[in-house]
Write a protein that binds this ligand. Structure first.
Ligand code: SF4
Length: 536
């Protein structure tokens, strides 16, 4: 047995390697990025597993399904909103007779530190009628990931690991076990079990429903612990919330009864036993009131249930030890009031020298006095919404800028512009652009191509800038209204003239502004100098 100090994300990745992982896929997204990064580094050093970034979460999931079809173990990682993109194959895959274990790691961001919403992946796992494991610390992240592969193969369903930001990005000591070898290739023999034709799918769906009893029987015995103590209060903790409860429990005047939930489907029998024993229940869960809502179906009235839905905990944001302390009725610990710790705030802004600054200056110059509406997308360039640029009107989800600009143009708004990064364009912008090309919509698409996924640390885009033009022509973009432009302070004036001309064009134009992210360019330069120093 070895000991390592690992991030929660890294513990998941190492657990997967030790479980005999053959291949992993993902699209970068905070707070899940470090999982695939760890696996890529591991593959560089040890030659396995295969680990790669994909164009988006849906393609990642589909590749993982192929590995499972081959009978081998696979992992797919994403942030919570990424599961919306992969929802189609994810939900459908629960019906398949999965061969090699398929583990879906989803890192939720309940505090919305770097996300457009705070959705809770436990609902998705429930919707798909599959297993979900929720670790409370890095050790459990390692252990549960290993176990998730076994469970996926035992129950033939995708097994979800739900992380939250605080766990994904905290370090802890992890004791590791013996590494297991990879599954030998063993492609599925039963084609009907992998083909969701309605006649097969109806049968597979019945099979999944029948397996619910086995899944519930499993989670009533594993991953969840019930300790019946004082009957005045029953505390339910989920995942990381256990740590916040344990930090405060010693200060309580009595020892409440406690159910910890780390595995779903919901352990309804354990909830019933807790509820039957206590007068009131407090549910501590990060994310949505998932367990609190389910309690409505198992309560013997009149029982009081406190949690996010009743105001005992704030309805949004992350849990913290202090929030939990207040919910337990304890006085806050003496210390500096939060106001005394307030640091000077700095509004988020593009890095000095960022190529997007020149792109936004180009757009502002070209659209001055035109009353243009500009839709934007997910990436560093979303900061163009803030002063001093205040250059965009919307940002909803990956790829939405192009579809929304098309909607604006269809609704008669002129000029309508979309701004999207190269990686986001490849992720989800291609399909709405196909619509706009097909309709020759009178709008202008600006692809701000910085050659990387900069926001998550500079992972490579799915294809390099040098191939963007061929891709756009292949999609059917009009070569007379397609421009690949260097973006730089010196080219702002010239580029704005081109953009202005294209805004006047009564059809679709595509402008690609190209310059590498200054941060990744600096990193590459540092790396080159270090390599040169090492070989001098
Ligand atoms: S990381 Fe790169 S793309 Fe993002 S703001 Fe900084 S320079 Fe611009």
């Amino acid at each position: 047995m070895n000991e390592h100090v690992l991030l929660g994300d890294e513990a998941v990745a190492l657990g997967a390697v030790h479980a005999g992982l053959t291949a992993a896929y993902g699209y970068p997204g905070t707070p899940s990025t470090e999982i695939v990064e760890f696996l890529i580094r591991h593959a560089e050093r040890h030659g396995r597993p295969l680990a790669s970034w994909t164009t988006n979460e849906k393609t990642a999931y589909e590749a993982a399904l192929g590995v499972s079809l081959a009978g081998r173990r696979t992992l797919v990682a994403m942030k919570h909103v990424g599961l919306n993109v992969a929802a189609d194959p994810f939900i459908n895959s629960a019906l398949l007779d999965l061969g090699g274990g398929l583990v879906v790691v989803v890192a939720d961001d309940p505090g919305m530190h770097s996300s457009q919403n705070g959705q809770d992946t436990r609902f998705y796992a429930d919707f798909a009628r599959t297993l979900c494991l929720e670790p409370a610390n890095a050790q459990e992240a390692y252990d549960m990931t290993r176990e998730a592969f076994d469970l996926s193969e035992r129950f033939h369903v995708p097994a979800v690991i739900r992380l939250v930001t605080r766990l994904a990005h905290s370090r802890g000591v992890v004791r590791t076990g013996e590494a297991r070898g990879q599954n030998p290739p063993r492609p599925a023999a039963d084609r009907a079990a992998w083909t969701l034709l309605p006649s097969y799918a109806r049968e597979l769906w019945r099979g999944l429903l029948e397996r619910q009893h086995e899944l519930r029987a499993y989670t009533s015995r594993h991953g969840n612990t019930l300790s019946l103590a004082d009957s005045r209060l029953g505390v339910v903790t989920c995942g990381i919330a256990r740590n916040y409860y344990e930090e405060n429990a010693d200060d309580l005047p009595f020892l409440p009864s406690h159910l910890h939930i780390g595995a779903y489907p919901m352990p309804v029998d354990l909830l019933r036993r807790l509820v039957a024993h206590v007068d009131a229940v407090l549910v501590l869960e990060d994310g949505y009131p998932f367990v609190q809502r389910a309690l409505g179906g198992v309560l013997t009235p009149p029982r009081e249930v406190r949690g996010r839905q009743t105001g005992a905990l704030p309805p949004d944001g992350e849990l913290t030890p202090d929030v939990v302390r207040v919910a337990l009725g304890l006085p806050l610990r003496a210390g500096l009031p939060p106001a005394a710790l307030a640091l000077p705030t700095r509004p988020p802004q593009l890095c000095a020298g960022c190529p997007h600054i020149d792109t936004f200056n180009t757009i502002l110059k070209a659209t001055r006095d035109l009353g243009a509406r500009v839709t934007s997308d997910i990436g560093c360039y979303t900061l163009g919404a803030l002063p001093p640029y205040s250059a965009v009107d919307s940002c909803v989800c990956m790829g939405a800028s192009i579809g929304m600009a098309k909607g604006l143009a269809d609704a008669g708004v002129r000029p309508a512009l979309a701004v999207i990064g190269d990686s986001t364009f490849l992720h989800s912008g291609i399909t709405p652009l196909v619509d706009a090309i097909a309709a020759n919509t009178p709008m202008t698409v600006v692809i701000a191509d910085n050659e990387v996924v900069a926001m998550t640390g500079g992972q490579p885009s799915a294809i390099p800038s040098s191939r963007m033009k061929r891709l756009l022509l292949g999609l059917g973009a009009d070569p007379d209204h397609l421009h690949i432009l260097d973006t730089h302070p010196k080219t702002v004036e010239r580029n704005a003239e081109i953009l202005r001309r294209e805004i006047d064009h009564p059809g679709l134009s595509v402008i690609v502004t190209v310059r590498e992210c200054i941060e990744t360019a600096r990193d590459r330069k540092r790396m080159r100098l270090a390599m040169a120093g090492a070989t001098a």
